[in-house]
Design a protein around this ligand. Structure first.
Ligand SMILES: [Zn+2]
Length: 323
């Protein structure tokens, strides 16, 4: 059986919860898996759904060999519908959700089987789409299981949340994340550095290691230090940064601000070059953090911002706080 249909090692508590629900035949019609991105919720859902589809599951894990498993791995199992934004789109279309009612209304292809639906990320539904889904959630037809994945459950309609059993997938315990990450990174010390840089999210850490984007963060730090030391102007730095991916920059920025806040609370060390900002009052760091969060949300919603102006504004406001 391939790894891809097993939950990650740090998800054992959630996996046991699902197994218990299945054994007691209490698996609800709708589940909401919520938690930060890049912690493995999608794979957990895949593993659970694969186990439900399999003709000969072992302890709720799929066998990977039966007809059902084969159809699923080819993406063509008639009892499974996966809904996510079409390529290049940020939102799930209402037409995608409308076909659900028909899908869940039919009986399962497998005798006595369940109809399964996976929607991710659930916050990619607008109010219109969410209301269409709500109809299906309100009147679950037959033996249907709908799984929603969300990195931002607070953005979902409360009426959707309240109809789901919510399971939380937080940042995994560091030891579990590290022992998995070491398989890819090799070196223990390096694994720690990358995991910390990725905010404790193991999949983000692996991607960071594989794309060598740790270097990118270090370059951002150096650029900022150069301005702090007076060897570069804010406008020069904004010019340098305008070619990059704004979300990458903002993610780094938010991580550093969180580290700075933590430093004030617990004395945790800050990244190289950030000592220059220790004098900024924590309350001002908080306010700036809030603004950066809103900016990230705007970009994630697809707002068309002038990158150069965005970076300039962020930097000018930040350096104004030092005075
Ligand atoms: Zn199977």
């Amino acid at each position: 059986m391939s790894d891809a249909v097993m939950a990650y090692p740090w998800q054992m508590p959630q996996w046991q919860q699902v197994c218990q629900l299945l054994e007691e035949q209490r698996l609800p019609h709708a589940l909401l898996f919520s938690g930060p991105a890049d912690t493995g919720k999608k794979r957990f859902a895949d593993a659970m759904l694969a186990g439900l589809l399999c003709e000969q599951p072992r302890q709720h894990l799929c066998c990977g060999e039966c007809k059902s498993c084969n159809l699923r791995s080819q993406g063509s199992h008639p009892d499974l519908k996966v809904i996510c934004p079409h390529e290049g789109k940020r939102q799930i279309g209402v037409d995608q959700v409308r076909v659900l009612q028909q899908f869940t209304g039919q009986s399962a292809f497998r005798e006595g089987g369940k109809k399964l639906v996976l929607v991710y990320p659930a916050e990619a539904m607008n109010a219109f789409t969410a209301n269409a889904l709500l109809k299906t959630l309100e009147e679950p037809a037959g033996d249907t299981v709908i799984v929603l994945l969300s990195h931002a459950p607070s953005q979902l309609l409360p009426t959707i949340r309240s109809r789901c059993l919510q399971m939380n997938f937080g940042i995994p315990p560091e030891a579990a994340a590290l022992s998995w990450l070491k398989n890819y990174v090799g070196d223990d010390a390096q694994a720690r550095v990358v995991l910390a840089e990725a905010g404790g999210r193991p999949l983000a850490a692996r991607a960071m290691f594989e794309n060598d984007s740790l270097n990118e963060s270090l370059q951002f730090d150096q650029g900022l230090s150069a301005v702090a030391a007076g060897s570069k102007s804010v406008l020069q730095l904004a010019e340098e940064w305008q070619g990059g991916e704004p979300l990458t920059l903002l993610e780094w920025w938010l991580r550093r601000l969180v580290a700075l806040i933590r430093h004030h609370n617990t004395g945790e060390p800050v990244a190289e070059g950030w000592q220059a900002f220790l004098g900024i009052p924590p309350v001002a760091v908080f306010e700036h953090y809030d603004e950066a969060l809103q900016l990230r949300a705007k970009i994630q919603r697809g707002a068309n911002l002038n990158k150069r102006l965005m970076v300039e504004k962020l930097l000018l406001e930040w350096f104004a706080l030092r005075r």
